[in-house]
Write a protein that binds this ligand. Structure first.
Ligand SMILES: [Zn+2]
Length: 693
């Protein structure tokens, strides 16, 4: 079904068709940075974010610009008077540039709090004065602008007959309107300033018309054109922007280019607070930061500000926000339960019944938003889906199907995206995860074990550091806690090695080994001995990778002995692997080759071909063959290792970056630096994405 939006310009609901298939150019009038962002400002910004998310969900690439007004916007949106930023600077006794910096920071913080997707561009007006001057000059050349004796330059509205079409303000109404001040230097009371001369103004730039500053409206015409071209698919703002701001934008842009400026205009209605207009005078202005301080979450605020249709009035109350908090909790409970059930179910498929149900819900959700962003219906479908989850308590593949569905819905509304809002696990939760991972490893469910490891990692290596510290403090003598501590230290060490910080891993892993040895039952007994094997292996790897392969070798040999005693082929293979890599570093190539070949053979029978452990062995073999003059073999091995980690590991896993670099390094040596560069760029992108997480 086609997407349809109301178009302010035609006052009709129209099919939305972007100029280029698959791509949407969207411009959003952003904040004037002179005061703390409040919920009234954010209703229209959230409309922009919802459009972006919805269109991306529908498969469009969205090129989005949200401008930052830091000059030229005068008090009361008027043509004469004090600049909003200057007024703020005067009151706060700081410079106008400090005002801009302060409120841009607050705006960024508010967007982050509300989980906005970042626009590709947030251009600042003061960074685009040359573009504005060029546009004003073009308007002057086309006879649409004129300069008066004071040096001010005005747009000549009488020369642009379409003026008033967007707002529906006819020229008679405008001329009779009380808003129009009498200014004898204008040819027509409707004319608006493009460039102003005012020695009192703090910000001044040279121009063909003298030193001055731009009018408020010209920035949006100049910046939208610079980043998105002559014609925009979508332009949004608050309803107070329709006149005069957007009316003036149309006149300036179409006057300059002669082309249609905007295909589809969307405007958000005003927000009411406790059923009355929000204003500083009434003292009912809620800032985003103020609500955050009161303890409200960004997700609840998003619901409270998005729950009504954008063209309907929305009445904001704190009671409504409390309701939204409950809703968020309900969403979070459902999605956490689904995540746990889905993970426990492995790769099971959904039943036909649930798959069909999910498709139906997805279809209705999309159809509602296609219909001029009917959020009430879409949110009702979301609630219905959560209701089904609570009623059915789905398991395995069904849970995965519901989880995928809910994540799509949440994604469109920007909910449950922030890590900081997921409740931090208490001690028991972390211990349970660690224990579960160990269980998963025991039953050779690597997928689950890796998932838990990634979850732990997602909560940050720092968190693991916290666990370690807490265990140490809590019970220095307890064998049970020592075991948990040893595990935590091992994860921490493994992660540091994965992140190519092996030297930092050595100390925690030494401590881990110590704890393992202290708590192990004496031989010939128990599996706890193999905990020692695991610790020995981890420490050996960290040492070898940080340049102490000689020190690593005896540890790795001991680990191998224990593993052979244990008689689990894949664990023996892991030990051989680590030993082989260390021997390569020691330039004992024949021994290394034997160890690694044995590891591969053990895996041939006991492990699926695409297990990431097999990739590790192949990587080590590649490193060996690179050094022993067999570059063709090395290339085959590195490529196979890369294929496996790409297929099996999460997309930004450091082991993928590493496999890319190994292969790139080899290709570089083989004189194929063009191929190598591509791989290095990909590895850098992965590292950057992982850091951003
Ligand atoms: Zn604008």
């Amino acid at each position: 079904m086609a997407i349809r939006f109301h178009n302010t310009f035609t006052r009709r609901i129209e099919e939305f068709v972007p100029q280029q298939p698959g791509e949407v150019r969207m411009y959003n009038c952003g904040p004037t940075v002179y005061s703390s962002p409040h919920i009234g400002n954010f209703r229209s910004f959230l409309l922009a974010d919802l459009l972006r998310r919805f269109l991306e969900w529908r498969g469009y690439r969205v090129r989005q610009v949200m401008n930052i007004t830091d000059v030229g916007h005068l008090l009361e949106d008027a043509e004469e008077g004090e600049d909003k930023l200057e007024a703020a600077a005067r009151k706060q006794k700081i410079t106008i540039w400090d005002v801009a910096r302060k409120y841009i920071e607050e705006f960024d913080a508010a967007r982050a709090f509300l989980s906005f997707r970042d626009a590709q561009w947030f251009p600042r007006a003061t960074d685009h004065i040359p573009e504005m001057i060029a546009m004003i000059a073009e308007l002057e050349r086309r006879g649409l602008a004129y300069k008066v004796a004071s040096g001010n330059v005005y747009f000549d509205v009488a020369r642009f007959p379409a003026y008033g079409r967007l707002s529906g303000n006819t020229s008679e109404e405008l001329q009779a309107g009380a808003r129009i001040e009498v200014n004898p230097e204008k040819r027509d009371p409707r004319d608006f300033a493009l460039w102003k001369i005012d020695p009192q103004h703090q910000m001044q730039w040279d121009s063909p018309w003298g030193r001055g500053f731009p009018g408020w409206h010209i920035e949006c015409s100049a910046m939208s054109r610079k980043y998105l071209g002559d014609t925009l698919d979508l332009h949004t703002g608050g309803e107070d922007n329709v006149f005069p701001h957007h009316e003036c934008e149309i006149a300036q842009s179409e006057g300059t280019t002669g082309k249609q400026f905007v295909r589809h205009w969307l405007h958000a209605r005003h927000l009411l607070v406790d059923a009355t207009k929000m204003s500083k005078r009434l003292g009912n202005v809620h800032t985003i930061a103020g609500l955050k301080e009161k303890g409200y979450g960004g997700d609840a605020l998003r619901i409270a500000l998005q729950k009504a249709h954008y063209r309907e009035p929305l009445n904001f109350t704190l009671a409504g926000l409390d309701e939204a908090e409950k809703k968020v909790q309900r969403y979070r409970d459902a999605s956490e339960r689904l995540a746990a059930e889905a993970a426990a179910g492995g790769t099971a498929h959904a039943t036909d019944e649930v798959a069909g149900l999910a498709d139906g819900l997805r279809g209705r959700f999309g159809a509602a938003l296609d219909d001029d962003l009917n959020v009430s219906v879409a949110l009702a479908v979301l609630d219905e889906a959560v209701g089904e989850v609570n009623r059915r308590r789905p398991l395995g593949g069904d849970a995965a199907a519901f989880l995928a569905l809910l994540r799509e819905f949440f994604g469109v509304f920007g909910l449950l995206e922030k890590k900081t809002e997921t409740p931090v696990l208490d001690d028991a939760g972390i211990d349970a995860m660690i224990a579960e991972r160990e269980e998963a490893r025991k039953r050779r469910d690597f997928k689950r074990a890796d998932e838990i490891r990634d979850q732990l990692k997602a909560r940050g290596i720092e968190l693991l550091g916290d666990v370690v510290a807490r265990c140490e403090r809590a019970a220095p003598g307890s064998a049970e806690l020592a075991l948990a501590l040893a595990l935590a230290l091992e994860f921490l060490g493994d992660d540091l090695v994965d992140d190519e910080r092996p030297a930092e891993a050595v100390a925690p892993l030494r401590r881990c080994l110590e704890l393992r040895e202290r708590t192990a039952a004496p031989p010939p007994a128990s599996p706890s001995r193999y905990g020692i094997a695991s610790a020995l292996n981890a420490l050996g790897v960290a040492l070898a990778e940080s340049g102490a392969a000689a020190e690593a070798e005896p540890l790795l040999r001991r680990s191998l002995e224990l593993r052979r005693e244990e008689r689990t082929a894949w664990r023996v293979a892991v030990a051989l692997d680590s030993l082989g890599a260390a021997l390569t570093r020691l330039a004992r190539f024949d021994e290394a080759e034997r160890a690694l070949t044995e590891a591969l053979e053990l895996r041939r029978e006991n492990l699926d071909r695409d297990h990431p452990d097999r990739a590790a062995t192949l990587g080590h073999l590649g490193a060996l063959h690179r050094k022993t003059g067999r570059p063709a073999d090395a290339e085959t091995e590195f490529r196979e290792a890369l294929r496996i980690v790409r297929a099996r590991l999460p997309e930004h896993h450091p082991r993928i970056a590493r496999a890319l670099r190994d292969l790139a390094d080899l290709l570089e040596r083989r004189g194929r630096s063009d191929e190598a560069k591509v791989l290095v760029a990909e590895a850098d992108a992965i590292a950057a994405a992982a850091r951003a997480k």
